[in-house]
Design a binder for this molecule. Sequence first.
Ligand code: CA
Length: 245
Amino acid sequence: MQFSFACATDVGRLRPNNEDAVVVDPAIGLAVLADGMGGYRGGEVASRLCCETVQAELHVRLRQPRAEPRAALLAAVAQANQRIYEASQREPAWRGMGTTVVAALMDGVHLTVAHVGDSRLYRLRQGSLVALTRDHSLVQEQVQAGLISAQDARATPYRNLLTRAIGVGPAVQIDHAEHVVEPGDTYLLCSDGLHDLLTDTEIARCLCSTAPLERAAWALIDAANAAGGRDNIAVALIACWPDDR
Ligand code: CA
């Protein structure tokens, strides 16, 4: 199988600065996206430090003998947590900064994903879009417990409150999974600035109707801005092609 990667981020239409960060690194099969929070530019620092640390750690860890993608990815995200937490302890203005993360590593057979917070991984397969991550947010926990409906969850004003984030404590619990990849799959990583504003149907329509991949990334951002653009928006895309195409 062959893969292509694309990413894009935009400040949106209401926020003064962009606290989302996104990196793709086809050489190691990596896409990583982070949505930062915290005053005095702390959100921007946290999300950028997260993406940079995960990328740099994986370059080292994947080169080691008998490197295993899942262990390498989890160690890289744990290292990002530690670096952001230490930076926030050193610099009073950054106290309490943190970030979400969703990181996906493609090895040709599996897509290994690690995530914390409400940035998501979706898979588009044969026209149908499925979320492969479950948000670490207060409303998502209430939906799981049957306290509110998924539809009400989309409308509550506190839907962005996280129950877990990177960098706010000395350690963090990281969710992870491995997904078997099929030719024709497209994977989307995105921040809540996208999935809060677009329905699954709208996201799928952008992905199905737009090629090449770089243009699809911007089509998603344009659609979120057209829907109000009330938050920063970041997306990363991984497309899988059969070898003989
Ligand atoms: Ca956000």
